[in-house]
Design a protein around this ligand. Structure first.
Ligand SMILES: Cc1cc2nc3c(=O)[nH]c(=O)nc-3n(C[C@H](O)[C@H](O)[C@H](O)COP(=O)(O)OP(=O)(O)OC[C@H]3O[C@@H](n4cnc5c(N)ncnc54)[C@H](O)[C@@H]3O)c2cc1C
Length: 429
């Protein structure tokens, strides 16, 4: 088994900041990222950075990613790119799939900085080729220099959707339709998207992009069974952390969007604090990092982080804040009779389980996401529930009246990502 002082999973702003801070404090560090280069979401963004540090200020995000890569090299951090950490086991070891084969890694401390995933809610035609998330569209545009489509419909509102529309139009695509609510959208075509309609208004289109926002992806920490609390702001459960960003499992830290951070500055500041704490830095440095993090956080976010509570003691925190953006989707998905065209739509596209089948399972007694999974196979496929558990929780809430804060997330099991069998066979002991 390989060993390292601190393993940082994810080389976005939070993971890089954690590694650089821990290196300053003299620790030996291994950073693991599934992408071919470090930078996380910085790699494909061209907007200038603000508020991280002076040397990065004003640089396009993708340039800043290169500067940060150089800083990691100068600091002597070992970076494993194109490498997935797919398991975090009870003995504290990580399972890793690298291009050259699989191995296990034991670290004295672990920082999970795995970012967020794009939120998706199913609508008619969402499994057709040509339908994608905002991040997929941005990666196509900026990293592969490919237009997702010439005529594009965009679902979602807010900052990410606005940035996406600007980027699509700058690259020469025409945004032919916008929709706030996925339940109003129908995509159709022979074998791929050819038309899209929103509330009956139809346009020819060859791509539909879902820009509904993001949700934290702390899956490795969930595999380690850390204590969780419910975030009403995000409508999901997050690892509970102390003032050093350490979870209930000693030596396991979560930082950045994986823990609910909202932007770059907060992710960076969280990463720095987690890295210093993991490396056992001096109290002065820790205090300075905590102050910087407090300044980076918006008042709403600070309030949310403070409100995060274990769900058992959290009954007062009702479901309403979180369910409001999704209310019309839930109403459409649970409507009875002929109006409910969503019943035949796949909720879990990996296992082809429909919304109607999930509702049926709930009607027959399923009370948890795990139970729906056992009865229908929803969430058992390639994406491991990344794209469907939010919809399952909303249906459980709507059909059974269970507060979202009490709907326990699906049990996370390795592998966190699909991995080649070879990386299991070649595992080194
Ligand atoms: C469309 C869009 C627009 C945005 N606009 C802004 C903006 O204008 N201003 C702003 O401040 N912020 C913006 N953000 C948010 C900002 O990019 C994020 O807050 C920041 O990147 C979060 O950093 P992070 O390190 O937590 O996560 P990420 O940058 O997502 O990095 C996480 C990394 O971990 C990797 N990873 C995940 N799981 C594993 C695993 N098991 N094994 C190996 N690697 C793994 C991921 O592939 C990724 O490289 C935007 C984001 C998006 C998507």
């Amino acid at each position: 088994m390989k060993t390292t002082g601190i393993a940082v999973i994810g080389a976005g702003p939070a993971g890089i900041a954690a590694a650089l801070a821990a290196a300053e404090a003299g620790a030996s560090i291994t950073v693991i990222d599934e992408n071919s280069a470090v930078g996380g979401q910085l790699r494909w963004r061209i907007a200038p950075l603000r508020g991280l540090d002076e040397a990065l200020d004003g640089l396009p995000a993708c340039r800043a990613a290169e500067t940060l890569r150089e800083r990691l090299a100068t600091a002597g951090v070992s970076v494993l790119a194109g490498t997935v950490a797919w398991g975090l086991f009870e003995d504290g070891s990580l399972a890793v799939a690298a291009p050259g084969g699989g191995f296990r890694l034991r670290a004295e401390k672990i920082v999970v900085a795995t970012g967020a995933v794009d939120l998706v809610l199913p609508f008619s035609g969402w499994t057709l080729p040509g339908v994608m998330t905002a991040r997929a569209a941005q990666v196509m545009l900026h990293l592969h220099r490919v237009l997702p489509g010439r005529r594009v419909a965009v679902i979602g509102e807010g900052r990410d959707a606005a940035e996406l529309v600007t980027d699509l139009e700058t690259a020469g695509a025409e945004v032919v339709l916008r929709a706030a609510d996925p339940a109003q959208v129908v995509a159709s075509g022979e074998g791929r998207v050819e038309q899209v309609s929103v509330n009956g208004e139809q346009r020819e289109a060859n791509a539909v992009v879902i820009a509904l926002g993001r949700q934290p992806d702390p899956e490795l920490a969930l595999q380690a069974q850390v204590d969780l609390g419910y975030s009403a702001r995000l409508g999901c459960h997050l690892p509970l952390r102390n003032e050093l960003l350490e979870t209930s499992r000693p030596g396991l830290y979560v930082a950045g969007e994986a823990a609910g951070a909202v932007d770059l500055a907060e992710s960076f500041a969280e990463g720095r604090l987690a890295g210093l704490a993991a490396a056992g830095a001096s109290p002065e440095r820790i205090t300075t990092a905590q102050e910087k993090l407090a300044r980076a956080r918006s008042p709403e976010r600070s309030a949310d982080a403070d409100r995060l509570r274990p769900w058992a003691s959290d009954r007062a925190q009702t479901e309403t804040d979180a369910s409001s953006p999704w209310t019309s989707w839930v109403r459409a998905a649970t409507a009875e009779g002929r109006d409910n065209s969503l019943d035949r739509v796949a909720l879990c596209r990996c296992e082809q389980v429909t919304i109607g089948e999930v509702r049926q399972a709930i009607e027959e007694g399923a009370l948890t996401i795990n139970d729906i999974k056992r009865r229908t196979r929803a969430g058992m496929g390639l994406c491991q529930g990344i794209f469907c558990t939010r919809a399952m929780a909303l249906l459980l809430h709507a059909e059974r009246g269970i507060p979202l804060s009490e709907i326990v997330p699906m049990t996370e099991r390795p592998p966190a990502r699909p991995i080649p069998l070879a990386s299991l066979v070649e595992i080194e002991e």
